[in-house]
Design a protein around this ligand. Structure first.
Ligand code: BV8
Ligand code: ZN
Length: 247
């Protein structure tokens, strides 16, 4: 793969990289994306499941859906795309700003991560906000109840119509605006306010590099679009960085 010279020049001079990632970066780990042909949303509608009212109306169904997704996540491994992002920390100040809730960036070794939409491994009580790790929850069928107050326990993920955690959103936005290169990998960039981040980074002067298997809403915004699988492209970018940073 030959990269554009303008990009290679940026890669050589850059100090701070941001990787803004979505479900596509975990596709090669075997986790279905949301809007692709086999995407989860095709079978289930987000409004049916990934929102608070659906949970309060049918907590067992929504809880079981997340348990099903956790089982998938626990069976998967980070892929070369996740590992290459962690590997770039050897040459750059790298920040990951992810919409994913699968914890794969952390498992791949990335140090600085902002999780805009939460993390499927964490849960909390809707009444008293007590946090629970999965290991703290007894393996009963259906939604567990809080040991302190009896309230329903929910996954610590951001549902539609819910605010994103302020410090994650601000941290992610600031890092992207201050980055020399903001990579946008594996996202359809249709979910807001997360999708504002790469746009604001561009306005702040960051060089936007999109990595996706097809064009998205962001493609016209990007300074450079690299079409291909993130698990193949990002390791090649790491190889280029190794050459550029050691010459
Ligand atoms: C909110 C967690 C404030 C749960 C998710 C304007 C401003 C503000 C809000 C809105 C707005 N317009 C609309 C809204 C409402 C809504 C929204 O954005 N709706 C969209 C669908 C139109 N936003 C919200 O509700 C947000 N909250 O705004 O609060 C507020 C509060 C009260 C009242 C009003 C407003 C909350 C959004 C967060 C929702 N939670 N998930 C869970 O996962 O169960 S969203 C879900 O979508 C995931 O987080 C996911 O990460 C995210 C984005 O999807 P992608 O990651 O991009 O995945 P997708 O499948 O779409 O795309 C995959 C891409 O990868 C594709 O492009 C594909 O080509 C590519 N790909 C595939 N394979 C590969 C690949 N690329 C490279 N390599 C490969 N191998
Ligand atoms: Zn409680």
């Amino acid at each position: 793969m030959i990269f554009k010279q303008e990009f290679l020049d940026k890669l050589k001079s850059a100090k701070r990289l941001v990787f803004f990632t979505g479900a596509g970066i975990s596709a090669e780990s075997g986790i279905a994306t949301f809007r692709g042909k086999d995407g989860i949303w095709n079978k289930m509608k987000p409004e049916e499941l990934a929102n608070f009212n659906a949970f309060m109306q049918n907590p067992d169904l929504v809880w079981e859906w997340y348990q099903h997704r956790r089982e998938i996540v626990h069976k998967t491994e980070p892929n070369p795309g996740h590992f290459a992002i962690a590997g770039l920390e050897k040459y750059y100040d790298v920040t990951v700003v992810t919409q994913n809730i699968d914890n794969l960036h952390r498992r791949a070794g990335s140090k600085k991560i902002y999780e805009l939409h939460g993390n499927i491994e964490r849960n909390f009580c809707v009444e008293c906000k007590q946090y629970y790790d999965l290991s703290d929850l007894d393996k009963t069928e259906g939604v567990p109840h809080c040991k302190k107050c009896g309230g329903l326990i929910r996954p610590d993920v951001v549902w539609f119509g819910e605010f994103l955690p302020q410090e994650e959103l601000n941290g992610g936005e600031t890092s992207a605006k201050q980055s020399d290169i903001c990579f946008v990998a594996g996202t359809s960039a249709v979910v807001y306010p997360a999708a504002y981040i790469p746009m604001n980074a561009k306005r702040a002067g960051s060089y936007i590099v999109e990595i996706n298997i097809e064009p998205t809403d962001l493609t016209n915004y990007a300074d450079y679009s690299i079409f291909g699988k993130s698990g193949e492209i990002i390791p090649l970018i790491l190889k280029e960085a190794e050459k550029l940073k050691s010459s």
